[in-house]
Every structure is written in C-alpha cells, then in structure tokens.
Ligand binder design. Structure first.
Ligand code: ZN
Ligand code: FE
Length: 253
C-alpha cells in the first residue's frame, strides 16, 4: 500500500487516523477527534497536515477541526449532505467521488444510518468507516433506519475481503460480549474476543482488522447467515430484517 497509516487513540475511546501518501508526503487526518493527541502524533514524526477527511458531524469526530486547520492550514473535506452542520468545508463530497491524498485515491461511499450523511473513504486496501461499520459492531441508529444502515453495510461488505477496516471507536469489549450472546459457538469470534482483551490489556489498538475477519465475526454483518437468523428467531427471514433485529437487541443489551 502506498499509504502509511498511524492509529492515534483519542479522547475516551475514539481512534484518530493519520495517513501519509508515501509518493508525495501529503498527510491527512481522518476526522479530528482530539487536538492534543493528533498534534503530538504529527510532531513526533515531523509531519504537517494537508487535509482533514470528515466522516460525519458528531462532536467527537469534528472537535479539533478548527485548531488543526488554524495550526497547519489543512483543507477540510466532508459530505455535501452534511455541509450545513459540519465545520466549513473546502470541498464537499458525495458517493462515488474520488478523494485523493497525493497519489492515493479513495472512493467516497455513503454509509448513512448512524447519521444521515455519514460517509466512508475506501482507499485501495484500507477503508475508513468511523461509526458505520465498527470493530465487531456497527454504529447506533441515531438518524437513519435499519434498512438504510443495512444498505450501507452491504456496500462495505462488497469491498475486497483483504481490505483493512479502520473504524471510529474501541467498543470492542462490549461488542464482543454482545456478539457472543448471538453466536456463542463461533470459534473465530471467540478467538477475536480473546485478542481484543489482550490488546486492551496491552493498551494496543483493536483496529484495523480485515473485512474478512469482520465478515466471520461481526454479528451485524452476519445477518446473512442462517445460523444468525435462527439465533434471533427469524429463520428464513431476509437479511435486512435480521440485521434490524440484531441492531434492536444490541440497543437493549
Ligand atoms: Zn458518531
Ligand atoms: Fe463517534
């Protein structure tokens, strides 16, 4: 991959990401959760900041946009649909647009559900999903419908299996407990939950993981599996209905 990607733990449980295009040296931040942590990570490497790629309007993703823009002169890109409630955008994006960092090009995917107007950035081999597809989970439906989120997840599920998924938070431990309540016998899930506990104990990030591993372990993506349909009492139901039921169960877990 022509991108160097740094995981920057921010706030309580957010992940910030710094991307450096190795061909041109251009640097971007995906979202701007916390000024101090991101500035420290940039300074440690002697990097500037050319671009901030926003995923959605929530405060824990945009809080440091103003200070980072002021400090580094970074341009700010985000969803056209959210332009009215994001910090001022230098470029607004919609599904299918190409958002390039130097020679590294991402495709913008609308992943509405957690919020309406949430976007993901799919580079070759790495997708930044924030609060849509999350590590072993998916974002809560604050604005969109279950059907909308299922459509969004389905687009992400169609990416190449080896794609690394970089999501917005570490909710791994609680997501793991929930996932095991749906699929207690899933060996890949048991193994992943064990590795998340080890990472948490070591203070190491739980992202990224491959899409392939998400597909094998994430109960929201596994709404396609007959075993999961049966586990939530919906044998034979369509995938979107099963997803909606898994999401409903997580809301009250
Ligand atoms: Zn959010
Ligand atoms: Fe968030």
């Amino acid at each position: 991959m022509a991108l160097e990607i740094i995981v920057v733990p921010c706030r309580q449980d957010n992940y910030g990401y710094l991307l450096r295009d190795m061909e041109t040296g251009a640097v971007a931040s995906v979202d701007a959760p916390e000024e101090a942590a991101l500035v420290a990570a940039l300074e440690e490497r002697g990097w500037g900041l050319d671009l901030i790629l926003l995923t959605h309007h929530h405060e824990d993703h945009v809080d440091a946009v103003g200070p980072l823009r002021a400090r580094y002169g970074a341009k700010v890109w985000g969803a056209a649909a959210d332009a009215h409630r994001l910090p001022k955008l230098d470029r607004d994006l919609k599904e299918g647009d190409e958002a390039a960092l130097g020679a590294s090009v991402s495709r913008v995917i609308d992943v509405s559900g957690h919020t309406v107007g949430h976007i993901a950035y799919a580079f070759e081999g790495a997708v930044f999903t924030a609060d849509s597809l999350m590590a072993l989970g998916c974002g809560r439906l604050f604005e969109g419908t279950a059907l909308q989120m299922w459509g969004s997840l389905s687009k992400l599920m169609a990416l190449p299996k080896e794609t690394l998924v970089y999501s917005g938070h570490n909710y791994g431990a609680s997501n793991g407990r929930f996932a095991l309540s749906i699929e207690p016998g899933n060996a890949a899930l048991q193994d992943r939950v064990r590795r998340i506990a080890e990472a948490d104990a070591a203070g190491a990030p739980i992202c990224p993981v491959t899409l392939e591993e998400e597909l094998a372990t994430n109960p929201f993506l596994r709404a396609t599996e007959e075993s999961v349909k049966a586990a939530v009492g919906l044998s034979g139901a369509d995938d979107a209905a099963v997803f909606a039921e898994v999401r409903r169960r997580k809301d009250v877990f």
